[in-house]
Every structure is written in C-alpha cells, then in structure tokens.
Design a binder for this molecule. Structure first.
Ligand code: BGC
Length: 752
C-alpha cells in the first residue's frame, strides 16, 4: 500500500483508529489505516540474521524464512570484544533487513546470562552488563545506520526460558540497577534504538508489559528513550493497562480485541485518552521514519556478508587451551602435519540456535570441507559419534581411534545437539553428551595429540579437558563457522575471542545454583538471591576455582603489559580516572589482545563484588609493536546503587584499578584516591542511634541530648547503637520520650 512521507497527526484519528494503531495488524505488521493513506510496516526476527517468513505475515508460527546470512550468534559476537567488528555485522544485518523491506529487526538481546543453563544464552552476549551494553550498542548502531530500526530485547530480567511468560523475577533494586538494567541503559542512552521490546515475565510481581516504573520512569524519564516500546509477542495481559504504563505497540495483533478493550477503557475513564495519543503518536512516528528505506530498499551483497560472517566467527572463537605437546603447542597446525578429523559435527555443523532467531542461511560451510579445500587434500575423517546418541556409537569409536592413530594431530569436533538447547526451555545440566566424551576418550587413547573444537550455545563443563591439550570454543558461529574454524586451526586467522562468560568446573558452583529456574507454581517465582554476585563477580568474590575465567582467551602470539598508571581529575559525580597501560606484542605473529580494566572498591558501605569490568580495548599489534592503551572511567564506573538513597553514589576513598587479560590474569594494578559525595540518609524516628551518631548534623544534636539526659546503664550502652530512636523513646532510655524525639527530628531535618 502507498506510504506516507510525512507523519499523520494523531489529532486526525478517531478514538477507534488510535486504538487500532497501537496493536498489530497481524503477526508481523503494524495496522494500516486506509482512510489516512497509512501503510503497515513489518517487524521480524532477529537477532543474528533476518527471519522474514515466506508465507503470509498473518500466519503464526516458525514458518520457513527467506534466505539471509546467518551471522554468528550473540554468544560468539560477544566473545569478540570488538565493538567495531560487531558494528559492521550490524550494518550488514541492517542492509539485508532494508533490502527485504522489513523496517525493524527484532534484536539484539542483551539479557544477562544469570545461569549457564538458560536455553537462550546463545542469543545473549555475556554475564557482564558492561560488555553486553557495548556489544549491544555496536549492533544497534550498525543496524540503524542502514535506515531501519533495531529492537532492544527483552526488557527486562528475562534470564530464563522456564515459565518465561509468567514467572516473576524477584530481584532487589540494587541488583536490577547494577546487573540487569545497565546493558539496556547503555544501548538506549548511546544509540536511541527505534524500538525496545518488553519481556513476557513479571518483575517483583508486575508484568514488564504493564509496569509504569519500568516502561516510563526508567526507560523514558531516566534514560530518555525517544523510540517506541513494543511488547514481546503475546506479552500483553491487559491492553489498557499496558498503554497507561507506557507500552506503545502490542504485537502480534489480536483481531481487534485489544483495540475494543482500549476504546472501552477510554470511554469509561479508566484509561486517559492522552496516554493513548502518546502511544499512537509513537507508532505513527515509527511508520514515518521507516518510509525512506521502504522507498529505496537497495540490495545486500550476500557474498560480502558471508565473508564478514566468517571474519566474525573467527574473531569470536576462544582458544581456551594450547598446552605444548613435545615442546610445541598443537595450534596453529604445523604446515605439513598429517591431520585427521573426528566428529559428526565437523561435517554436519550446528551453527545457530533454535526458536524465533532461526535463520534460513544463504550457504553453510562445514569444517571438514573447508579444511579439505584449504589443504587441497582429502582429510581422513571418522564421525566418532552420532549427534542424537544412537546405538552405532561403539563401532564409530573404534573407527575414530583407528583414523586418529594414523595422524600427527587429530581435531575432535564436539558440541551440543540442537535438541539440547533452544528458546523455550532451559538445560538441566552442563555436560556434553556422554557418547561424544566416550569418542574423545577413545581418540585420546589412540593419539594424545588432540585438538578439541566445540560448538555449543551455552557453556559446557569440561571434566574431560585433560584429554585435550588444545581446546577451541566457537559457540554457535553462524553459517561461515566451518571455514572460519579452518582458518583458525591453520593459522590463517587468529582465534580472536575472549570469554564473555565464566566456564565453571561444575554446575553446583554456579551463582544461581538451587535458585534457577525458581519455584514452580501459578504464578511461579524465581528469587535472584545471589544479588549482584553474578558470573565472575561471584567466583572472584568467593575466591572459587573455575575451569576458565571470564575474559580468558589465548591467541597465537604473546603480549606484555607495562605497569598501568591512573590520573584522577574532579571529584564525586564529576570524577574522571584516566587509566593508561603500554602493551607490547612480544611474540612472532601479528595478533590482538583485549586489554581489560576492572575496578575494585575495597571499602564501602555495601558489599561490592571483588572486581567489576569497567572498560576494555581490543588492540591489534605487529610483532614487536607496542601501544599505549587508555581507558577513561567516569563516576558511574566507580559507583554503586545506594539502596537507601535509591541513586548512584560515588563513595569516597581508595579504589584499585586492575588491568589484565582476564578477571584472573591481572597484569598490574594501581590505587587511586577519590573524593566522594556525602552519603547521609535523612534522619527520622526510625534511624538508629548509631546512624544519628555518625551523621554530621544529627551527631552533635543527639550527643547533646544524651549528655543532658540520665546516664545509660553500662549493660545497655553496648546495645543501643543498633536500636531505632523510636524504641529508645518508647523505653525512655537516655532520657528520650516521644515528644523530645519529635523535637530532635524536626531540628535535624531543619538543619539539613
Ligand atoms: C521471542 C522474541 C521474538 C518474538 C517474535 C518471542 O517469542 O521471545 O525474541 O522476537 O517471539 O518471534
């Protein structure tokens, strides 16, 4: 249908038209208003490739989609720690979205990986909010540079698939502010996504889709979102409530039911028409900003995008181990080495996850073919196992051992079967399939020169790691993963990735163990009892051993870090700390290092994680080259969310700035003194005597009153600091009574 160049004013629309506009026309399109010449626009998945349904957009379900480049999933993209590269991936995603006349790509997802069991972790970036925010922002900026919109999802606290459509995440505000919201905040404040998608779940009992605090106070008033808030598909439970809370567009459409409810709510006075006008205006604005791209969709260069997908897959592959065997590491493979490949996944690759993000790829590279092509020779191969764990495995293992015994190096490709992880359910363990581990053991017994390559969306534990001197974790690397892995194994590219999530030894070590996915019931709840100690914040603070720490990843060269320096300017909310460190490539190959900056606040009123990532830079250096890397930290990077004051605070004192190559491989640290801001809670009857005593205004007042009153019994004196003043007054301790306390409170409040 013909499109409008300019925005239709909301004043031209009837109540019924406005109500129709704020819920979808069908599964993927916004409503059209024929009388106003207003056409629909299309929003489709996302996030690591376009999933535009071939069938009519009014058909529900996971239908076949038009071919599109399947880029690496967020798990791999997050492991690149490379915002520029991720932005280029975003540009390509945007170009394909535009070329297919889709106006909004539903992604990226920046929910925090609270537990490695979450079935959708492949679609999320990291266990760390800082990294998630930077990678998410790169993607959104790239996508939107093509003149189409992104949809930042799933806002908020959607950290599991179990009962995701109803469960209530019970999470305190400090934890929300420090862990689960900052990635969204960073993307919103730095890139202004065209849309933000609210999640299905409830937060502390309130559905995200009808939570005015979440959708209006935080998202718009605090962060300044200008774009539109869309529901996750089917997340609206009460359309008028959602409009009042700040939701602008319900998707998919509900065949007019929501519109009728909204009209009735306005007529009855339950919903203010001004709220509906606000939502309808945002839909009109979204439709208008989509028009230039729809008028000129252009074409996407699918060959170039495949090449980019390959570059990104290599950049996100994490070399976990590369222990020398007979004096030399196995990777990169020595030229001329006789190679064998074991593992069905090497010829039948798994490169993306299941659910709404599943793309129909334009082509798929498998490792076995890619290696054969690069080497110009047939590579001996044995499947070793069946992906579905069938009966033939004993014979397959024997064959694999035979093939392995004739090689100088054997690459064993292992990973999670598609059935093991998906949107819609969570995993219950972190193990690789037993038949795959058995295949590895059979191969290692025949030839210990083993390189394990892994493909899995969520973390797997590695009790078998002693069988593999080299381990390359590729996550779910997209349609070009096979050729990218061949490039990395052969040393044509470096494994550029660093872990965006900790690999624990055991499931029982994980922060939310026992509290994930929560208590069943109707409605179910999940208690985020670990608070801010998520991911490495948990393992590092509790000094637990892990298999591979956050930020870890080896390359094919070595880097030395000089001692870092830090310069402080300003104080309190205006403080800046400029951190500088010289990094030198001391190896023999060109390579990149991710310089990671962690902040530690050893003394604070609240319990803080031992260290938190607050900056990073990926630098590429020639052999012998050295560069000074600088990272500037602002007040927010030193702050915590004060639960009593309900705002970010910089508490003065010493901070330790740690610089390193992982959260456990710190190459240097420097201490700085920062002048903080006053952190005094307002005093009242409920404040304890101790709180009064340390308060700069209340302290002298309360001491004066105590000195004037009768002496406090020696036995009591030790206990009363912890008592609220109300109780002292009620018991008559220290000479207080309700009247004198009320006067004291009034005096303290008047004095500020
Ligand atoms: C998913 C979203 C997705 C939407 C549309 C939902 O079930 O949670 O991520 O964008 O469906 O397919």
């Amino acid at each position: 249908m013909a499109s409008h160049e300019t925005t239709t004013p909301v004043a031209d629309l009837t109540l019924e038209e406005k109500a129709a506009l704020v819920s979808g026309r069908d599964f993927w399109r916004t409503a059209q208003l024929e009388g106003h010449g207003l056409g629909s626009i299309m929003l489709t998945d996302g996030p690591h490739g376009l999933r535009k349904q071939v069938a009519d957009p009014d058909r529900i379900g996971l239908e076949a989609a038009v071919p599109a480049t399947c880029f690496p999933t967020a798990a791999t993209l997050g492991s690149t720690w490379d915002v520029d590269l991720v932005r280029r991936v975003g540009e390509a995603l945007g170009a394909q979205t535009r070329a297919n006349q889709v106006s909004v790509l539903l992604g990226p997802g920046v929910n925090i990986k609270r537990s490695p069991l979450c079935g959708r972790n492949f679609e999320y970036v990291s266990e760390d909010p800082y990294l998630s925010g930077r990678i998410g922002a790169g993607l959104v900026a790239g996508i939107q540079s093509a003149g189409v919109g992104a949809s930042l999802k799933h806002f908020a606290a959607n950290n599991q698939e179990t009962d995701r459509m109803r469960v209530s995440a019970e999470v305190d505000e400090r934890t929300l502010r420090e862990i689960y919201l900052p990635a969204f905040e960073h993307v919103v404040t730095t890139t202004q996504p065209w849309t933000v998608m609210c999640s299905y779940n409830r937060i502390n009992g309130v559905h995200a889709s009808r939570d005015p605090w979440l959708l209006t106070t935080v998202l718009r008033e605090e962060w300044g979102l200008e774009g539109l808030v869309v529901s996750d598909w089917g997340a609206v439970v009460d359309a008028p409530d959602s409009v009042a809370a700040g939701l602008d567009l319900e998707m998919p459409g509900t065949a007019g039911r929501s519109a009728a409810a909204i009209v009735a709510a306005v007529r009855s006075g339950r919903l203010a028409e001004a709220d509906l006008d606000t939502a309808a205006t945002r839909v009109l604005a979204l439709v208008a900003r989509a028009q230039p791209a729809l008028a000129e969709p252009g074409t996407a260069d699918l060959d170039a995008h495949h090449v980019l997908a390959r570059e990104a897959a290599a950049a996100g592959s994490v070399l976990l181990a590369n222990t020398p065997v007979d004096g030399a590491p196995l990777l990169p493979l020595a030229p001329g080495a006789r190679l064998a490949v074991v593992g069905e996944l090497a010829r039948s690759p798994r490169y993306q996850g299941a659910g709404s993000s599943q793309v129909t790829p334009t082509q798929v590279d498998d490792l076995l073919t890619a290696l054969g092509e690069r080497l110009g020779a047939h590579v001996p191969f044995a499947p070793g196992y069946t992906v579905d764990g069938g009966d033939a495995d004993a014979a397959l293992r024997e064959d694999a051992a035979r093939v392995a015994s004739g090689a100088d190096v054997v690459v064993v490709f292992l990973g999670l079967p598609a059935a093991a992880e998906s949107e819609g359910f969570d995993r219950t363990h972190l193990d690789l399939p037993a038949n795959q581990v058995a295949a590895l053991e059979a191969v290692a017994a025949a030839n210990p020169r083993v390189v394990v390559v892994l493909a899995n969306g969520g973390v797997v534990t590695m009790p078998w790691a002693h069988h593999a001197p080299a381990i390359l974790e590729t996550w779910l690397g997209g349609q070009a993963a096979g050729s990218a892995i061949a490039d990395v194994l052969l040393g044509l590219r470096e494994p550029g990735g660093r872990l965006a999530e900790t690999i624990p030894h055991r499931l029982v070590d994980t922060p939310s163990f026992g509290a994930f996915p929560g208590d069943p019931g109707r409605p179910g709840t999940v208690r985020y009892g670990e608070g801010v100690l998520v991911g490495y914040r948990w393992y590092d603070t509790r000094e637990m051993d892990v298999a591979f720490p956050f930020g870890h990843g080896l390359g094919y060269t070595r880097f030395e870090f000089a001692s870092p320096t830090a310069t402080v300017t300003g104080a309190g909310r205006d403080v800046e700390v400029r951190v500088a460190v010289r990094v030198t490539n001391t190896g023999t190959r060109t390579g990149s290092e991710v310089v990671q900056v962690y902040v530690a606040d050893p003394e604070s009123q609240v319990t803080r994680p031992t260290r938190e990532l607050k900056g990073f830079a990926k630098v590429r250096l020639e052999p012998g080259e050295s560069r000074e890397v600088t990272v500037t930290l602002g007040a927010r990077d030193l702050s915590y969310w004060h639960p009593g004051l309900r705002r970010w605070v910089v508490e003065g004192g010493a901070f330790r700035i740690e610089v390193g190559a992982s959260s456990r491989d710190l190459r240097g640290s420097v201490e700085v003194q920062v002048d903080g801001e006053p952190l005094w809670l307002p005093l009242d009857e409920d404040s304890t005597l101790g709180e009064w005593r340390v308060h700069p205004v209340g302290g002298p007042l309360v001491e004066r009153a105590l000195a004037a009153g009768p002496a406090v019994d020696a036995g009591l004196a030790a206990m009363i600091d912890e008592m609220p003043m109300r109780l002292l007054a009620s018991f008559g301790i220290g000479g207080f009574d309700p009247q004198s306390l009320a006067a004291l409170v009034a005096e303290a409040q008047a004095a500020g």
